[in-house]
Design a binder for this molecule. Structure first.
Ligand SMILES: [Zn+2]
Length: 242
């Protein structure tokens, strides 16, 4: 077999490996896209559940305030009734002071209730936007899953076809390449197993400069692995002599 013929076989093999690598990469991208959308959805749900907890706590505060305000209001009422039936000036004055204090307490509780209600309003608005975020995340996740479903089926078919082409190409590998090739595929995976020679006599995998006689032998069709990275070297078709 001539160097040119060997170069053709090895280049064909390299292209199929690259194609398979690219197809598998696209499958992984689809998976990653779904994973990212799943993470987004979980975060949106967690955010919503935290907001709902805040609302429950805020409602308790409003409830407590309203009860305290009701107690304070009835206490004020009681003092006012006592004032009407005060038996002495001293008692009257003491009750007036008491009433002033109760009124202040009532005002402060009313302020606190207003604050708690406004906090509750804010939380309700946050909940509405958190719910919207969950809906968007859910829809994005469903879209990503649908795309994965649709695309990965096509990719699987393409991968099967490429694997069939790989099998055909592997049958053409010259006998003295087979051992090196198998070992490199086992060690570095399909796409990483082969290294094309680059301009200037560099290894296309590790970029190491190769000895000129080694470059010449690879171009002539010898089975040689890069002494630096161990990949099986091959000459691009234009490098190989006829
Ligand atoms: Zn190398």
């Amino acid at each position: 077999m001539t160097g040119k013929e060997i170069a053709e076989i090895m280049n064909g093999l390299f292209r199929v490996h690259r194609q398979i690598g690219d197809l598998k990469y696209r499958v992984r991208l689809l998976e990653r896209s779904v994973e990212a959308r799943e993470k987004e959805f979980r975060e949106a749900e967690l955010n919503l559940s935290e907001r709902l907890d805040s609302k429950r706590r805020a409602l308790l505060v409003v409830d407590e305030n309203e009860r305290a305000a009701a107690t304070a209001a009835s206490e004020l009422e009681r003092r006012r009734e006592q004032l009407n039936s005060a038996k002495s000036d001293r008692e009257y004055e003491a009750l007036k002071i008491q009433i002033e204090l109760e009124e202040k307490k009532n005002d402060s509780l009313a302020d606190q209730t207003l604050e708690a209600l406004s906090a509750l309003d804010e939380i309700s608005a946050e909940i509405a936007s958190a719910e919207e975020r969950v809906r968007t995340a859910d829809s994005n996740l469903n879209k990503a899953r649908a795309t994965r479903e649709q695309e990965s089926n096509k990719l699987k078919i393409e991968i099967e076809r490429a694997l069939a082409r790989l099998k055909e190409s592997e049958l053409k590998i010259p006998r003295d390449f087979v051992g090196f090739y198998r070992r490199c595929v086992d060690n570095y995976g399909g796409e990483g197993a082969l290294a094309p020679l680059c301009d200037g006599g560099y290894c296309g995998s590790c970029n190491c400069q190769l000895p000129p006689d080694e470059v010449a032998r690879v171009c002539d069709g010898a089975a040689i692995c890069c002494s630096s990275c161990g990949r099986l070297l091959f000459a691009p078709e234009q490098f190989a002599p006829n």
